[in-house]
Design a protein around this ligand. Structure first.
Ligand code: NAD
Length: 379
């Protein structure tokens, strides 16, 4: 029986990971620690928690007392740290929160683990560690900075972050590696490209576009839409983390990506086309549209769902041009590969959003609404 501490599991990737590991491994117990910021929604994991396999605690990863109490009580074998402030635009508005959570929160978890896991000292003065424990840091390809038209990020690519978000994630990675080098702490890091899939908060590109289409709003695209991201279906990321936590080599970084590069404009156009196709094949989906005008056949009209909805807005400050991951290391070392083709993943994702509008309503109330108005209404 292994006991996990999974932080940030009320957020997008953490929630998908929690569901994945609970379904995959019978012999585990999970403690979830999440501060339930605007990005964390307990409803997402309501059916997974508060039973003898999974317990939820609302709390801040920066809270030392809480971390020590949880480590004392549950004797964790694995820590998987998803908790973070994760939205680049918000980091441009309020960098300090990102540095506090993403760097100091990581350091707090590492120190709590050190206090709980160190068993003594070896002959050279290095700490000795309880057998079989592992700290895993969920990181991002944004730590590498930006690429030109050619080339890929490798694990050895120099770290060169540009936004406050990516700078905070880079710093956290460096702290994690410093604990490995200084204390021989058993750590691993995964650096993944852009994820998409169910439970993605609708401030990020794909769910934002879906939400705006359903509400009949314009579709904001930064700059000329030419920025390139590598998109990976979230479950494939969860599988990669599961492999690295259990079989990855201590002190190693693994890049995770889908070899699926698309410009932001391509993503928006594909999302428009896919929604339109799904609503043509299955007109009952049209019920979720806020705009309920009828077409000539008496069906709810969808002809207005087209590329005319796209509106180009002022570019993000310091916007990185291109990210592209080389995942060869994890493929060769652990047999991982991106299983979900983008054409399949995007349909699964849109289908999920069309069937889960209650979830969208729930997460987009309150704080998010104010933020959304501030960011987009004046453009
Ligand atoms: P998210 O914003 O959807 O979720 C973050 C979660 O962390 C939320 O549940 C939030 O309540 C919680 N949280 C925030 N601050 C906290 C604190 N101080 N203490 C405890 N909990 C706190 O983020 P996500 O998209 O699921 O990303 C998860 C992780 O994966 C992040 O570390 C992010 O940097 C990394 N990542 C994300 C992507 C992506 O495409 N979304 C890609 C690569 C890596």
């Amino acid at each position: 029986m292994k006991t996990y501490l999974v932080t940030g599991a009320a957020g997008f990737i953490g929630a998908n990971y929690l569901k994945y590991i609970l379904a995959k491994h019978d012999d585990i117990r999970v403690v979830v620690l999440d501060a339930l910021t605007y990005a964390g929604n307990l409803g997402t994991i309501a059916n997974d928690i508060d039973n003898d396999r999974c317990i939820f605690f609302k709390g801040d990863i920066c809270d030392r007392e809480l971390a020590d109490r949880l480590f004392g009580e549950y004797k964790f074998d694995y820590i998987v740290n998803f908790a973070a402030e994760s939205h680049v635009d918000r980091s441009i508005e309020n960098p300090q929160l990102f540095l506090m959570t993403n760097i100091l929160g990581t350091q707090n978890l590492l120190d709590a683990a050190r206090r709980a896991w160190v068993t003594g000292k070896d002959e050279n003065g290095y700490p000795t560690w309880r057998k079989g424990v592992r700290y895993h840091q969920v990181s991002t390809d944004e730590v590498y900075g930006s690429l030109g038209a050619e080339g890929y990020f490798h694990e050895t690519t120099p770290l060169c972050p540009h936004s406050p978000y990516s700078a905070s994630k880079t710093s956290a990675d460096m702290v994690v590696m410093a604990y490995h080098d200084t204390y021989k702490m058993p750590v691993t890091i995964t650096r993944c490209s852009n994820n998409y899939g169910p439970y993605h908060f609708p401030e990020k590109l794909i769910p934002l576009i879906i939400k705006n289409i359903l509400e009949g709003k314009k579709l904001p695209v930064y700059g000329d839409g030419s920025n390139v991201r590598d998109w990976l279906y979230v479950e494939d990321h969860c599988k990669a983390i599961d492999l690295v936590v259990r079989q990855g080599k201590e002190g190693e970084v693994y890049n995770v990506g889908g070899h699926n590069e698309k410009t932001n404009l391509e993503i928006v156009k594909l999302t428009i086309a896919t929604i339109r196709r799904l609503m043509t094949e299955n007109p009952s989906y049209r019920k979720v549209l806020k705009k309920q005008e009828k077409d000539a056949n008496g069906e709810i009209a969808i002809d207005w769902i087209n590329e005319d909805l796209i509106t180009f807005v002022k570019d993000r400050l310091g916007h990185d041009q291109r990210y592209a991951i080389d995942p060869t290391k994890i493929m060769n070392a652990l047999g991982w590969y991106p299983e979900t083709k983008f054409e399949v993943g995007i349909v699964k994702t849109i289908d999920w959003y069309l069937n889960n509008q209650e979830w969208v309503e729930e997460v987009t109330s309150g704080d998010y609404q104010n933020y959304y108005e501030r960011m987009y209404s004046k453009r």
